[in-house]
Design a protein around this ligand. Structure first.
Ligand SMILES: [Zn+2]
Length: 216
């Protein structure tokens, strides 16, 4: 019940972050992107803390008590998701990230397996690419990294950090990455940006999956 206690004495920023996590979870659930309690959602409160969904809850029925207030520089709280290290590592590495949303949609899960040998998906020719921060034209090539899935999420977080350090930017090559056979992590400077990136990437993966059925 630690999160409830923290919330009761918390700031307006905490309440805002918790409300945004709940809204993101419900939105993803309504689109069938988080089946069977999968996925997780987090929003930065300040430089030192995030609000993040706890383990094993239906993301379409989130309550305030399901959201943990996790400091970025302490061990994970009891009831944390097994994938919380992936969130914490990104927030620590990139102060410009304000929200991270993770879903297990069918399109992302299937396409990531097809793309795992290449280690990336190259998106080009789609007008919707312009919904991603910094992309100005459908002619741009957006590279979405694809990592092999891994149950050791600390080790996986290290691999993700190393790949992102190559560009030095949280939003390039893309504001997200795929885990093969698993799903999509997407983020943004704000919850609204993260939600737009999640929705755009999910749609782009559906486009790409359909397109590949008709092309060699
Ligand atoms: Zn997951």
């Amino acid at each position: 019940m630690a999160s409830t206690v923290l919330l009761a004495s918390g700031s307006g920023d905490e309440a805002r972050a918790v409300a945004e996590v709940i809204a993101a979870g419900r939105s993803a659930a309504s689109r069938h992107w988080v089946p069977a309690t999968s996925g997780n959602f987090s929003v930065r409160i300040d430089a030192e803390r995030i609000a993040i969904t706890r383990s094993g809850v239906d993301k379409g029925a989130l309550q305030s008590a399901d959201i943990l207030i996790q400091p970025l520089n302490t061990p994970l709280l009891p009831r944390s998701s097994a994938e919380a290290p992936l969130h914490v590592a990104l927030y620590r590495q990139h102060p410009e990230i304000g929200a991270i949303f993770h879903a297990h949609s069918p399109a992302a899960t299937v396409l990531s397996r097809l793309a795992e040998p290449a280690g990336r998906i190259l998106l080009t020719g789609w007008e919707l690419q312009k919904a991603l921060s910094g992309v100005r034209t459908h002619e741009a090539i957006v590279e979405v990294p694809v990592f092999a899935n891994e149950q050791d999420t600390d080790a996986l977080a290290t691999r993700v950090e190393a790949r992102m350090a190559e560009t030095g930017s949280a939003f390039h090559p893309a504001p997200g990455y795929l885990l093969s056979g698993h799903g999509l992590y997407a983020w943004g400077g704000t919850s609204a940006d993260a939600a737009r990136h999640l929705e755009a990437l999910e749609a782009l993966f559906e486009f790409e999956l359909s397109y590949r059925r008709f092309t060699p």
